[in-house]
Design a protein around this ligand. Structure first.
Ligand code: UDP
Length: 401
């Protein structure tokens, strides 16, 4: 999907950015970084703490990637990539020294995850170039221990030049946790509409054929890693009461949540769901799959920082149902550009699915309004322009000193 970025015009010279991320799986944070790294590939480099599919994807589009293999203590990943204890401090210190050594030829360091930020902030303290933290998580107790939050906030307040947040909700949680408001810059994610526009009716038909579904069978799609807080179980619960509706579950457990994935599959074998839940695993053809759906559902049980899937569903011109919490409220106006329902409420979700299926236009107007909203507000061009301005605020004053 991101290859289309090569066609985005570049009206300004790009800064030399050392992008740092601890993960090498394909989560939303990494897919968003892919867009930035492609745009900056002539001047920049990506440093990962581990090898994996993200490295392959970056290299395939000509991005310079280096692996700075982190000690296993640091890579032992908890949900959302938080730092489990201060026990990993020696590992972070060692990563910080290496980041500092490699950052010499760059204007700034962009830290794309919390672990990457803590290491980059220590590198800054050691004399590395300015650090921008791209915060893509809502900093609450559900995702980060108190110690992790306090450490990250203290380093952000003292070492980060700026904290880019992917929604107002992410920014508000950062400030509520003690972060300095004047460091915060909101830069919404951007998603290219082009791959969605290139999907053909034959490709859509092929997916329906593979699932053995005729075009009238309602199909609700879920497109998130399998994780309790992504709430796939809420969708399964909702579908128990809607016997005519099928679901396509796309994604796999990325951060060690295989038990949850197993529980989900077991629950889908119960007689009231059996044969209606289609498991597709991790896929790279999201635009086609979304267009094969009747509705896209995004069912997080906790406030979602942004939710790329929501914008993607809008670009696929499908009615999107998301949860009324966090960044999702900035992406959807309920009843206008999609539907918002309270998190964790299978009955409300089922009702919203049923309302769309039973409506006279099958959700067409919602889908069209969502599409125009996404194209206008969340384009790649807007993301890159805003991102460039934020980096300029950091780099240009630093150059003058
Ligand atoms: N995604 C994907 N393949 C899959 C499942 C998901 O490429 O099998 C993509 C999805 O299209 C979206 C991203 O993963 O771009 C998930 O981003 P989101 O912000 O919704 O969630 P996050 O992973 O950041 O929590």
């Amino acid at each position: 999907m991101s290859e289309t970025l090569s066609t985005v015009s570049r009206p300004y010279p790009h800064h030399r950015v050392l992008f740092v991320d601890h993960a090498s799986v394909l989560g939303g944070a990494e897919l968003s970084l892919l867009d930035l790294a492609i745009a900056y590939r002539e001047t920049s480099q990506v440093l990962l703490f581990d090898d994996g599919p993200f490295r392959e994807k970056l290299e395939a589009v000509g991005v310079d990637v280096q692996i700075l293999k982190a000690p296993s203590a640091l890579l032992a990943i908890r949900a959302s990539g938080g730092l489990s204890t201060l026990k990993v401090f020696p590992a972070l210190w060692s990563m910080a020294r290496q980041i500092k050594a490699r950052s010499r030829d760059f204007d700034l360091i962009h830290a794309n995850s919390q672990k990457a930020f803590v290491a980059a902030a220590l590198a800054r303290w050691m004399g590395a170039p300015p650090v921008v933290w791209h915060l893509r998580d809502i900093m609450t107790a559900s995702h980060f221990s108190r110690l992790n939050r306090e450490l990250a906030i203290a380093l952000a307040n003292s070492q980060a030049s700026q904290v880019i947040v992917n929604s107002q909700a992410t920014g508000e949680a950062f400030v509520a946790a003690g972060g300095k408001p004047d460091k915060v810059r909101v830069v919404y994610n951007g998603v290219s509409a082009q791959p969605f526009e290139q999907v053909t009716s034959e490709q859509i038909q092929q997916i329906r054929d593979e699932l053995q579904l005729d075009e009238d069978t309602p199909l609700v799609g879920s497109f998130s890693r399998l994780s309790y807080w992504k709430g796939q179980h809420v969708l399964l619960e909702a579908l128990r009461e809607l016997p005519q509706v099928h679901a396509m579950i796309v994604g796999k457990a990325l951060f060690g949540e295989d038990d949850y994935a197993t529980q989900l599959r077991t629950s889908a074998t119960s007689p009231d769901l059996s044969g209606r839940i289609h498991w597709l695993g991790f896929r790279n053809d999201i635009p086609t799959l979304m267009k094969a759906c009747t509705i896209v559902a995004h069912t997080s049980t906790e406030p979602e920082p942004f939710g790329r899937v929501i914008v993607e569903g809008q670009l696929a011109q499908r009615p999107v149902i998301a949860m009324k919490a966090g960044g999702a409220k900035e992406l959807i106006e309920d009843g206008v550009t999609g539907r918002l329902v309270p998190p964790n409420q299978a009955i409300a979700l089922g009702q919203a699915i049923n309302d769309i299926i039973e409506s006279s236009d099958g959700g067409h107007i919602l889908a069209q309004q969502g599409y125009h909203h996404a194209v206008e507000q969340f384009s790649l061009e807007t993301l890159l322009t805003r991102f460039h301005h934020v980096l300029s605020e950091v780099v240009e004053p630093a150059m003058q000193t």
